[in-house]
Design a protein around this ligand. Structure first.
Ligand code: ZN
Ligand code: ZN
Length: 598
């Protein structure tokens, strides 16, 4: 329709009476795409729960496409085609993976549940179970969505899926070219696709008759969108599954505490391939000569190694080298960040501040440090000491595109490089069959960051990284930590960790309490501050909503704008939502169920 004399594309949400008090135009043409009523309902939920406009929420979805004209004829043709396809599929001997008795047991149990959490150690053969579930779904005339974190969308995964499902599976992600996207969409529209595997956005493709949604690596934070609408794809998968009557299977070797608490857990404990792993704990915070020697030995004996260096966050924390304890906020149990220029420590949840300490409150050791080693320093040290060793740097600075990831993995697989050196990225879903030595530096740092899930994130990360080695052969894992007791206790028993962790978060954090964060940013600091205070005043009317803290955000400025935030907590989600809708306005951004607090 013409708006300011331009033809605009719009969608019709509902039919209304022609208004009398202003002029309207006729719709000039009708496109053949549309949103189904289910898509619109889900978008409405997203816009209400995650605080976006309906347009922004609908923008996540790819519309359906209407059948061409002469519908009757076409419909007949299509149903015939479908029958012949179904027939073909029915007879097509999908070379299904043979399940071990443990896998078979888990598979049968999943079949009895609408929603479940498959909790299986790395290498326990979850993928075979997924493939069996997908094949069964297709046999029943339905389709499947398989969500994996973007970084795990590797050629390895693609090959595995294509081996079973041929060209009836597409890999859907944000880096597709327009051509690829159009080709895949056409295939989806003409019902030639049974499985869409992909990152977050795969959830919103126009695939019809979905009978199964799998969310692999469900603990991964990349499922949470950091832009409006700030939805969590795992939680949306569960919501959508409920809505359309599809089975939902979440899976992880280190499930999130929230999912472990909320869903029926199905255990798959025995690794598919039994290998031996030896763990060694060492103290310190940097790469030592002994470690370099050990790396060199592995290199000389033609074996491959992995070296993990924790990501350099935006903040430093005061850390005790002796007992490995980071100084925590007494009210929030999260690490207090060091603001050296103003010489104080600050809690980024409640804004409590105190003077910089010299002595560890836990063991009395002096002085406390805030030093950590980065990937660049580690790489330089190794290349200096072992000149022939080829180091593959694996972090966001070096692996910037899917093709770079592909190439790095290929070189490592072909043994052209000998050491994978990197950050958190190393922990994500790749198989490196030949790693026999893993060194994990400075893991204690992660225990003390200002995040209520710091322990969960550190423990899960350690298990995921350790799980990358010893896939085919036995391996040594060297862990640099002064918290040996903590890590050792749970290293082979993540479930025990989850059970204990529940006590820590019980009266403070999700899944027992709902959290929301309000972000305010403005070019003028006083304006941002005023908006914040106004919102806080309004929020005080809601007695059941606790204002944990408010003030400057941990990262005080981005793109010239001053950032303020308010952290809220409530026992009841509905109360929190009511308060947030009451204060919501265009000057603020609301992050429901936040996973990131900078
Ligand atoms: Zn100490
Ligand atoms: Zn605090």
């Amino acid at each position: 329709m013409p708006v300011h004399s331009k033809i605009k594309l719009a969608m019709v949400l509902k039919e209304v009476e022609k208004p009398e008090d202003f002029k309207t135009f006729e719709i000039s043409t009708i496109k053949d795409s549309y949103y189904s009523s289910t898509q619109i309902e889900i978008a409405k939920f997203i816009s209400t729960y995650y605080f976006s406009s309906l347009g922004e929420a609908l923008g996540l979805f790819i519309p359906r496409r209407r059948l061409p004209t002469h519908q009757d004829v076409k419909l007949e043709e299509i149903s015939e085609k479908k029958e012949s396809l179904n027939g073909a599929l029915g007879n097509a001997p999908y070379e299904l993976p043979k399940l071990s008795s443990d896998q078979e047991k888990a598979y049968q149990e999943i079949l009895t549940k609408d929603r479940s959490l498959l909790f299986g150690v790395t290498g326990s053969g979850k993928t075979e179970i997924f493939i069996s579930l997908m094949a069964k779904t297709i046999k029943e005339g339905k389709r499947a969505i398989f969500l994996i974190p973007e970084i795990s969308l590797t050629p390895q995964m693609q090959n595995r899926l294509e081996k079973y499902f041929g060209n009836r599976v597409v890999m859907w992600h944000s880096k597709l070219t327009k051509n690829q996207k159009d080709r895949y969409l056409n295939a989806i529209y003409s019902d030639e696709i049974d499985i869409v595997a992909g990152a977050r956005s795969a959830l919103f493709t126009p695939l019809k008759d979905i009978g199964l949604i799998i969310v692999d690596e469900e603990h991964d934070d990349s499922y949470k969108s950091m832009m409006k609408p700030r939805y969590h794809a795992r939680d949306m998968a569960v919501y959508i599954g409920n809505k359309i009557g599809a089975k939902v299977v979440l899976a992880s070797a280190t499930p999130s505490l929230a999912s472990y608490y909320k869903y029926d857990v199905i255990r798959l404990s025995k690794p598919f391939i039994q290998t031996k792993k030896r763990y060694f704990f060492v103290e310190g915070t940097t790469l030592t000569n002994a470690m370099i020697k050990r790396l060199n030995y592995n290199f000389k004996t033609d074996e491959q190694s992995l070296l993990f260096v924790p990501t350099r966050g935006n903040f430093k924390y005061l850390y005790c080298q002796k007992c490995g304890v980071t100084h925590l906020c007494p009210f929030c149990s999260v690490g207090m960040a060091l603001h050296r220029n103003v010489r104080h420590l600050k809690c980024h949840y409640c804004n409590y501040t105190e003077a910089i300490r010299e002595t560890c409150t836990h063991c009395g050791h002096t002085p406390l440090t805030s030093q950590r080693m980065g990937t660049v320093e580690a790489k330089e040290m190794i290349e200096h000491s072992i000149p022939d060793m080829v180091v593959e740097q694996f972090d966001r600075d070096s692996i910037t595109t899917p093709s770079k990831l592909k190439k790095a993995l290929k070189r490592f697989e072909a043994k052209e490089s000998h050491l994978l050196l990197g950050t958190q990225m190393l922990s994500k879903g790749h198989d490196y069959a030949n790693i026999t030595l893993s060194i994990i530096l400075g893991i204690d740092y992660l225990l003390g960051i200002s995040d209520y899930r710091a322990r969960e994130r550190a423990m899960s990360l350690l298990i995921q990284i350790a799980g990358r080695s010893g896939r085919a052969k036995s391996a040594d894992v060297i862990i640099q930590s002064a918290n040996q007791d903590f890590f050792e206790l749970y290293l082979n028993n993540y479930e025990a960790f989850l059970k204990d962790e529940m006590f820590f978060v019980e009266d403070m954090y999700p899944p027992f309490r709902s959290l929301a964060r309000i972000l305010i940013s403005h070019l003028k600091e006083d304006k941002a501050s005023k908006v914040t205070l106004d919102i806080v005043t309004k929020l005080k009317e809601f007695k059941e909503v606790e204002i944990v803290g408010h003030g400057k955000a941990p990262i005080e400025r981005i793109a010239n704008k001053f950032r303020f935030n308010i952290l809220l907590r409530s026992e009841k989600r509905s109360t929190l939502l009511r308060a947030l809708h009451y204060v919501n306005n265009p000057a603020i951004e609301i992050d429901m169920d936040p996973v990131e607090f900078s």
